[in-house]
Write a protein that binds this ligand. Sequence first.
Ligand SMILES: N[C@@H](CCC(=O)N[C@@H](CS)C(=O)NCC(=O)O)C(=O)O
Length: 203
Amino acid sequence: MKLLFSAASPYVRKISVLAIEAGLEGRIEKVTTAATPTQRNPDLVSKNPLGKVPCLITDEGMALYDSRVIAEYLDSLNTGAKFFPAGGPARWEALMLQALGDGLLDAALLTRYETFLRPEQFRWPDWVNGQIAKITGALDDIESKVPGFGSRVDIGTVSVACSLGYLDLRFAHLNWRDGRPKAAAWAATIFERPSFKQTVPVA
Ligand SMILES: N[C@@H](CCC(=O)N[C@@H](CS)C(=O)NCC(=O)O)C(=O)O
């Protein structure tokens, strides 16, 4: 398999973490791929018309995107690892946590593009403030939910952890740990796993 990859992307990190947890990393070749909303990358777009990473090319040549679909694909391989609980409340909780982590990331990426890519004279502070409010709300929700996480490593907790890792990379000034001791302690523990240590994002 080939993973169209960016070392800074938190969505790619979700997939890299799951691949390591499932013992699949030796079967996945990482192909560093440029992805930015203002410059279409023809190679990437030929596989994913949305021009986003991650995109996984399976051994059969199928191009799979986005991270949620790729995560389910890895889960479907017979590795013995299961990241999506089969059913019942555990499944909905894991899927909701994935939505929470990914939603935090969506707001963070929109902020990043607004403050980094958009020319200064076109920037809109209300937009940034609105996105930061989403990030803050998501962080407060994570703080309230962390006591229920236990030591689970599933699609929900991995997504949340990758979103916190991205804040460390690009939004250190938000000091997300301040006032959120439970999330901070939980993150410190999950970040000790080899799968997280080996995938620390690179700016
Ligand atoms: N929902 C997608 C989001 C992927 C995404 O936004 N990736 C970013 C990199 S972190 C990207 O490729 N951005 C390029 C663009 O928006 O054109 C997923 O879960 O895979």
